[in-house]
Ligand binder design. Structure first.
Ligand code: G2I
Length: 441
């Protein structure tokens, strides 16, 4: 939950600037709000002209699907192999695209020699790997997944058991420090899956780790949310809350491996929801889908991507493009923020002396609408102006008497039910918060 406090006299704390116009590719559309739109690339597909045509046209960020993993880059201890990774990095950079590095340290995809190691020898081998690979690509990587998938699934909220974890709980921060020393210009991310739902123990566990890292000065810049969805693991309705709460810790958030099994309008709607969640969080800096065509996917039978096997745009593609084109950037004005892992995020501005303050608080969210609540302090005789942005419409209110100077503006007054009132916004794809301002009536 988030709250936003606007001082009196019309001070709207959210600034919404409309996107500059309709773009015809995912990258161009994302760039309108300063974001990127990326994809995973496989080196052995760079000779497929349909694949490369879509890659060059639609995407401005590239992740190597497998070629930068530990088994690919250090197949024998101390002997590094960058051929396939370089093919991807060079192709991307020659086309003016940026690169996410994936992944420096992971319990999976370890080379055979590493799988059998433990203790200090493994710790040192892991740190040497991080140092060597991050140094080799120094200056060429936008963000590294420094550590991938280190938390356990299920209800523990703790670390996953692995040979790396058994070298000591500090292995993750040691990896981040080594990566920072090797490539000080790259953003350093922790990346994981099943961390999308704010109420899941795994999400909370990662949140507490990032909070701890930030409080102790461990160099972490971003958190990657893989976002592999299907009917058993659907897009959570609180996704925006998850992304916002992590961002409030002072890190960027990115959707790093998006794919959603399904087809048609159901799939399109779910893609739309994920993109909207990112767009509604200022520090959600970009989205990467995990492959180009359905047939390129690691789970091709689930047809989880934006292009079909022939390279045609699917309904999901169109919905993503449209949401990106409808984006407006929501920029909170220099607030002071505090976050409680289980409680509300509070964003405040100074109270206007002698006036009143309207505090906006997010309520429940659905695919097509969301609730908001406003609490007024400073007077019992308030006039609160709530302004929504197109195509939003307020479709219901409670605990207030409302008048409508225009379709986007509601003026709310007390109706005898106290100083908190609420309303439902049909959002039409625009998740921006309404702006609220208070005057003494
Ligand atoms: O499992 C989906 C993703 C989950 N998050 C981390 C990602 O790195 C991971 O990607 C997948 C790749 O999409 C697959 O392509 O990681 C798998 C391995 O963990 C990749 O699968 C591997 C197969 O295991 C190999 O047998 C195969 O040779 O792909 C290789 C290349 O096709």
């Amino acid at each position: 939950m988030s709250t936003l406090v606007a001082a009196a006299a019309g001070a709207a704390v959210l600034v919404a600037s409309p996107a500059s116009g309709a773009a015809s590719t995912l990258a161009a559309a994302a760039q309108q709000s300063g974001r990127y739109f990326g994809t995973a690339v496989a080196a052995n597909k760079l000779s497929d002209s349909t694949y490369v045509g879509i890659l060059n046209r639609e995407f401005d960020m590239v992740t190597a699907e497998n070629e930068m993993k530990m088994d690919a880059t250090e197949p024998s201890q101390g002997q590094f192999s960058y051929g396939n990774a370089d093919r991807i990095v060079n192709q991307a950079r020659n086309q003016g695209k940026r690169v996410r590095g994936h992944a420096l340290a992971w319990h999976s995809q370890q080379p055979g020699w590493m799988q059998n190691m433990s203790g200090t020898a493994l710790r040192n081998a892991m740190l040497n790997h991080v140092t060597q690979v991050a140094s080799y690509y120094r200056g060429k990587i936008y963000a590294w997944d420094v550590v991938n998938e280190a938390f356990a699934d299920g209800s523990s909220g703790g670390r996953r058991d692995s040979n790396l974890q058994r070298t000591g709980n500090d292995w993750i921060e040691a990896a981040f420090r080594a990566a920072r020393a090797a490539d000080p210009g790259a953003k350093l991310c922790y990346n994981d899956y099943n961390t999308d739902n704010w109420s899941h123990a795994k999400t909370q566990g990662v949140y507490r780790m990032v909070q701890d890292f930030k409080s102790r000065g461990v160099p972490i810049d971003c958190v990657g949310f893989q976002a592999h969805f299907n009917s058993g693991n659907p897009v959570p309705s609180n996704y925006h809350t998850t992304l916002q709460n992590f961002a409030n810790l002072g890190v960027d958030v990115q959707i790093t491996e998006l794919d959603i099994e399904g087809s048609g309008s159901t799939q399109a709607q779910q893609y739309q929801g994920v993109v909207q969640a990112c767009l509604s969080v200022t520090r959600c800096t970009g989205i990467t889908v995990w492959g180009i065509r359905d047939t390129d996917s690691w789970r091709a039978s689930g047809t989880p991507l934006l292009f079909d096997g022939s390279g045609n745009k699917k309904a999901a593609y169109t919905s993503v493009l449209n949401v990106l084109n409808n984006a407006s950037s929501t920029v909170p004005t220099t607030p002071t923020s505090t976050t409680d892992p289980t409680g509300p995020t509070t964003t405040t501005t100074p109270q206007n002396p002698g006036g009143c303050t309207a505090t906006y608080r997010e309520g429940q969210k659905w695919n097509d609408r969301f609730n908001g609540e406003v609490t007024v302090s400073g007077t019992n005789n308030w006039v609160v102006t709530v302004t929504v942005s197109s195509p939003q419409r307020i479709i219901a209110t409670w605990n207030t008497t409302a008048t409508w100077p225009s379709a986007n503006v509601m003026v709310a007054r007390p109706n005898g039910n106290g100083n908190t009132f609420g309303f439902t916004v049909q959002h039409g794809g625009n998740w921006n918060w309404p702006s609220v301002s208070c005057q003494v009536g």
